[in-house]
Design a protein around this ligand. Structure first.
Ligand code: BDR
Ligand code: CA
Length: 312
């Protein structure tokens, strides 16, 4: 089995993805980044989660802000702490001294089968690629939660993880590393419902109960912002190809990140028809990404709940 690193900004759905990944895969490391809240909070949340889950895995704190542009935050969805609604004890483990980018570089140089599951702004990966371009040949795959083949959630066309650092996302998508992209076009369509949240909250075990509290908060925010009756678990979708490969279908296509447009900054332009070429005459551009186009959402949600309830 490959070596896996989770690059994340916990974050409610990041927490679900982390706990799901830890049950099904062997994680070699966790890198954190700004995003749903500031990077001190996302690191604190990651350390609290692994401690409560009884997992020993190195955590490296990553970037505090984007390569350029303004600092975005998902606090309107995830609360000030990034994981509002949960009351987890502070973790005992400390983050390692390497930065997120340094951690990714050493892991890529050490392991020939490294998969990076990237469920947050792509700044750590872009910094790693800028500092050590050789790692592009060494990383087996990057599985991203981010972007969309259609509508966005921050602007009409941009999804949060890409919008928070479009320059970084452009570096990653053009790196030549095999990419999977699970975007909003599938991840926002399903999620955890109120009765599943209630089941978690009723657990006698600390971790599922506190995650239940967190998802209760998150579901309320999803309802008031988007009118949803489910809480999307976007980030889990980037883990699924390695645990239950039949549940998400992908299609290969050329994807480019728009970072210059006034109203389209952060859009992932997905060439579903295979018509983009450099000059309109030469062959279509290289299919650099496998893009998720359909998913068995109810099964994914049920599996996520099952894995959360299994933490006793
Ligand atoms: C993505 O943005 C974050 O708020 C979530 O954790 C997820 O990674 C969804 O747009
Ligand atoms: Ca995330």
């Amino acid at each position: 089995m490959s070596h896996f690193i989770l690059d994340c900004d916990p974050g409610h759905d990041d927490a679900v993805a982390m706990l799901f990944a830890a049950k099904h895969l062997s994680l070699s490391g966790i890198t954190t980044v700004f995003g749903n809240t500031n990077v001190d909070n996302t690191t604190k949340n990651a350390l609290a989660l692994i401690d409560a889950a009884g997992i020993e895995v190195p955590v490296a704190q990553g970037a505090a802000g984007p390569l350029s542009g303004t600092l975005e935050s998902g606090e309107s969805v995830h609360g000030k702490s990034g994981l509002d609604g949960a009351n987890l004890p502070q973790g005992h483990q400390q983050s390692v001294t390497e930065s997120g980018a340094e951690f990714l570089i050493s892991a890529a140089r050490k392991e020939s089968d490294l998969v990076i599951i990237a469920i947050a702004p792509l700044t750590n990966l872009a910094l790693a690629l800028k500092q050590a371009p050789d790692i592009a040949q060494k990383i087996q795959e990057i599985s991203i939660m981010g972007g969309s083949t259609g509508v966005g959630n921050v602007t009409p066309v941009a999804e949060f993880n890409i919008f928070a650092d479009p320059e970084a996302a452009a570096i990653v998508f053009s790196s030549g590393i095999p990419i999977r992209m699970a975007g909003l076009n599938i991840t926002s369509k399903f999620g955890i419902n109120a009765s599943q949240v209630a089941a978690l909250r009723a657990s006698s075990a600390l971790l599922p109960r506190e995650i239940g509290g967190a998802l209760d908060y998150y579901l309320t925010r999803q309802h008031s912002i988007y009118g949803r009756t489910h809480a999307p678990i976007h980030d889990v979708c980037a883990v699924i190809p390695y645990t239950h490969p039949d549940l998400i279908q992908y299609e290969s296509m050329h994807v480019e990140v728009e970072y210059q447009g006034d109203i389209t900054r952060g859009q992932t332009v997905c060439d579903q028809r295979g018509i983009m070429s450099d000059d309109g005459l030469s062959p279509p551009k290289f299919k650099n990404a496998r893009v998720a186009i359909s998913a068995r959402g109810e099964t994914i949600s049920n599996l996520a709940i099952e894995s959360l309830l299994s933490y006793t």
